[in-house]
Structures are given as structure tokens and as C-alpha cells.
Design a protein around this ligand. Sequence first.
Ligand code: HEC
Length: 104
Amino acid sequence: MKVLLSVVAVGLIGLVAPSAQAADGAALAQKGGCVACHQVDKKFVGPGFKEIAAKYKGKGAEAALVKKVKEGGSGAWGAMPMPPNAGKLSDDEFKSVVDWILSQ
Ligand code: HEC
């Protein structure tokens, strides 16, 4: 029983860290109102977060994406513009939510 419990405990420690981060990203996307236009798995008003990750992951695009999310813009995915989101989240939160999007 003791052994089983410690196995479970170790398993939980391994699980808690990444899922806490994922919850933060999702919570920030809620808080910033991103989910009004974006879903994780599919295109909605704006591109799905997984599509965005597939396009930019590993390409050092993070800073440019943070700027675009704050200032808004169009042309990367179609004619539909993303309005500016500046003020909805702090700079750190924009960076975290973009990191989270790119990790999808
Ligand atoms: C009113 C709708 C709307 C809201 C709210 C919105 N977006 Fe967008 N988003 C869009 C659209 C439309 C595009 C596609 C723009 C384009 O084609 O360049 C987009 C594109 C993006 C991109 C890709 C940009 C690129 O250059 O490829 C990212 C990243 C993104 N959004 C993140 C966010 C985050 C984070 C938030 C919340 C802080 C957010 N969006 C809020 C509509 C929205």
C-alpha cells in the first residue's frame, strides 16, 4: 500500500506541473477574451490555436505574435482582422498566452 501510494504521488508530481501551465494558458485566453474568436482545435472567427502553433512553432515568432495580438492586424490568415487586444492582459500575460498557444 505504501509503495502504491508513493508511486501515485510521484505520478501526480509529474502531472501537476505541465497541466497547471496549460490551465494558466487557457485561463488567460478566457480572461483576455481570446476565446470569443479562437478555439483550440478548429478555425472559428480566427484561426484555431493548433493551426497557429503548426504554422509558427519553433520559428522564433513569439515576439512578433505578442505584438500582433496586442496591436491587432490582418492578412496572415485571411481578410478578417483581429482587433487590438492591448489592455486586456499584462505584457507578461500576453507572452504566457502566446507561449501556451504555440505549445498546442
Ligand atoms: C474579435 C475576434 C478576435 C479576438 C477577440 C482575438 N483574436 Fe486572435 N485573431 C483573430 C483573427 C480574425 C485572426 C487572423 C488575423 C490574420 O489573418 O492576420 C487572429 C489571429 C491570431 C493569431 C495569429 C496571428 C498571425 O499573425 O498569424 C494569434 C497568435 C492570435 N490571434 C491570438 C489571440 C489572442 C492571444 C487573443 C486574446 C488576447 C486573441 N487572439 C483575440 C480574431 C480575434
